[in-house]
Design a binder for this molecule. Structure first.
Ligand code: ATP
Length: 508
């Protein structure tokens, strides 16, 4: 479940770079920050928009079988009753009565410590990349303190949700290291509540959506009735979702306000859903690779049948090797006709569709690929973050930090530099080229500092191409120097060649 991260400090390095260069800030920082909420700065918002645009183009605009939607965040509360969220959307929570800290019970692990078969106590650990090692160290320390002779038995960590009631009193709190202060797990509702309208009574209670999917189901009839779709077809939506996560952590991986890109793909109840599910898993994997994630960093977690919700036929999560371990990035679930049937029952409106090919009316089944924008952004940042060594202007080898973003999603596509800022003829050509490219792409003009330093500043924010206007440009043949971020290789190209190259790399 938890695999070693590529680097112990990668997450810290990414968080530091994101703040330093204006990708991501802690929300409400001037008031000490607000746990579980993040703001996206100038570069972050570009990166985020590029990811969303790539997804929308590839899954909505380039496909004839998927339509787009943008539904509201607050919807009729009956939607959440019908979907099961009001009664069942919760996580198991455990409190430490002494430290007042709260844990998600499925992220808290414990194990009995035994020496030659005799249990001498318990250890506990909060889910982390080296949890086994942490637990083993704590067990060895317990044995040493109790001066027990003999061999420590293997430490087998289990989720706190699996603890027996008689064990609650014996398991130490990770906060205090002492047993006796952890409560039994209880369900904590994850939906944020709000009130709609002038009367703040119970009838006014509404929810901030915890997923975009239900907005799709609630509009399914509208889209079918508009008459453009035939089975199989999908409805796609990108939008904010909110979950009052018990322990938001790992930067933007798990936050309380985030964004999702979801598709509900409606299929015939008699379709070969297993094959279609496989096709969706492959399509989703290929898309992640197309925006620059390494294929070898992506794996599949097939949910065991006994852990599936009763209505679910199958779920496979695409996992990514994040800095804090291998974790879910994209869930691809076969949800049968559960959601539409629930809405049919609760709303009293028919959710059937007439299938022209078989001349039959039915409630379709659905395959749901559900991806988080913020998690994708973190995955992209983790895959792109690189440190290497390159020679500086004087030929001395220096450490450099670079983000190897794919040109498709890089926040800045190219930077335009006049070689010297005090030569008006260079500046004029550079500014004219900047204006020209700016009409099509997000490009950046930078005239200040040594050229090597200017390159380095762009490398650090992942700008794939540097374009330098030098004396050859104005005195000889009009060519410019095109520098590649990753290899630092430079070559001369004409303006036409430059534009063709950028088109291929960015839009191709
Ligand atoms: P997890 O098990 O990590 O809590 P989940 O299985 O509850 O995730 P889903 O309900 O399947 O997640 O949501 C679909 C996608 O939305 C996830 O794969 C993830 O990319 C994203 N997502 C879910 N919760 C969060 C969150 N709190 N912060 C950021 N992204 C999230």
């Amino acid at each position: 479940m938890i695999a070693p991260a590529p680097s112990d400090t990668l997450m810290e390095d990414i968080v530091g770079l994101c703040k330093r260069r204006g990708f991501i800030f802690q929300s409400s920082e001037i008031y000490g920050g607000y746990n579980g909420f993040y703001d996206y700065g100038p570069l972050g918002v570009e990166l985020r928009n590029n990811i969303k645009q790539a997804w929308w183009r590839d899954f909505v605009q380039c496909r004839d079988d998927i339509e787009g939607l943008d539904s509201t965040i607050i919807m009729h509360p009956k939607i959440w009753k019908a979907s099961g969220h009001v009664d069942g959307f919760s996580d198991p929570m455990v409190d430490c009565k002494e430290s007042k800290l709260r844990y998600r019970a499925d992220q808290l692990f414990f194990a009995p410590v035994s020496v030659n078969g005799e249990t001498i106590g318990y250890v506990s650990v909060v889910e982390c990349i080296d949890q086994q090692e942490v637990a083993e160290k704590a067990a060895a320390e317990m044995k040493r303190k109790m001066a027990k002779q003999g061999e420590l038995d293997t430490i087998e960590l289990k989720e706190y949700t699996e603890a027996k009631p008689e064990q609650y009193e014996l398991i130490p709190s990770p906060a205090t290291g002492k047993p006796g202060s952890l409560t039994e797990p209880r369900e904590f509702k994850l939906m944020f509540e709000t009130k709609v309208g002038p009367l703040a009574d119970d009838a006014a209670t509404a929810y901030l959506r915890p997923e975009t999917a239900q907005g799709i189901f609630a509009n399914y009839k509208n889209i079918v009735d508009t008459g453009r779709v035939k089975i199989p077809f999908g409805i796609a939506q990108i939008g904010k979702a909110f979950r009052n996560e018990i322990t938001p952590r790992n930067f933007i991986f798990r936050s309380r306000e985030f964004e999702q890109m979801e598709i509900e793909y409606f299929i015939s109840p008699s379709a070969d859903w297993k094959t279609l599910h496989r096709e969706w898993i492959d399509t989703c994997t290929d898309w992640l690779v197309s925006i620059g994630l390494p294929r070898e960093g992506i794996s599949e977690d097939i949910h065991p049948e006994d852990k599936l919700a009763f209505y679910s036929q199958a779920t496979t999560d695409l996992m990514f090797q994040f800095p804090h371990g291998e974790q879910e990035l994209w869930g691809v679930a076969c949800r049968s006709d559960y959601d539409l049937k629930q809405h049919q029952e609760h709303s009293g409106k028919s959710m059937t569709i007439f299938d022209e090919t078989v001349k039959e009316k039915y409630v379709p089944h659905v395959i749901e690929p559900s991806l988080g924008v913020d998690r994708t952004l973190l995955a992209v940042l983790s895959a792109a973050y690189t440190e290497d060594e390159v020679p500086n202007d004087k030929g001395k080898v220096e450490k450099r930090i670079l983000l190897k973003f794919s040109p498709k999603i890089a926040p800045v596509k190219a930077a335009i530099f006049p070689l010297l800022k005090n030569k008006p003829e260079l500046v004029e050509v550079a500014k004219r080229l900047h204006k020209k490219l700016q009409r099509r792409w997000n490009v950046f003009y930078d005239a200040s500092g040594a050229i090597g330093r200017r390159y380095r500043r762009q490398d650090e924010i992942g700008t794939p191409f540097g374009i330098t206007i030098d004396f050859d440009t104005i005195e000889k043949d009009g060519t410019v120097t095109l520098r590649d971020r990753d290899t630092c290789e430079q070559r001369r190209v004409t303006e036409d060649e430059l534009i063709k190259f950028l088109e291929e790399q960015i839009d191709g």
